[in-house]
Design a protein around this ligand. Sequence first.
Ligand SMILES: [Cu+2]
Length: 152
Amino acid sequence: MRSSILIVALLLAAPAAWAQTVKVEQPWARATAEHAETGAAYATLTAGTADRLTGASTPVAEKVEVHQVIREKDVMLMRPVEGGLALEAGKPLALAPGSYHLMLIGLKQQLKRGESFPLTLSFTNEPAVTVSVPVTAAGAGGAPMDHMHMPN
Ligand SMILES: [Cu+2]
């Protein structure tokens, strides 16, 4: 009797022990102009246990940086998030225009509305997650934002 209770307990614990992944929901990216060098992608991230988004990659860009938008005087600037973006356990974090976003740098192709591309997100503790990111109209979900980067 005792051992069967133990087995049930182990089965219940197992998924959390080794199948834990960060949930990546509602990914989307802005459509870009024909020769744009940068783009931005967004999603809502929910980690089961505290974690950090450390980076991302996609075949459509040379590299991807995790950015935050900061306001300096009346200018909106973007800069990379140092050390990864902290995710609290069970608390959804929305990457959104005007806030945290994934900057696609060195676009290899135009991001066209209606198409989608794969994006792989990396975390400190949990396995990487690849999602398909649909491209929506430029400016969808917020005012268009100039891609100004801090020199560094
Ligand atoms: Cu950016």
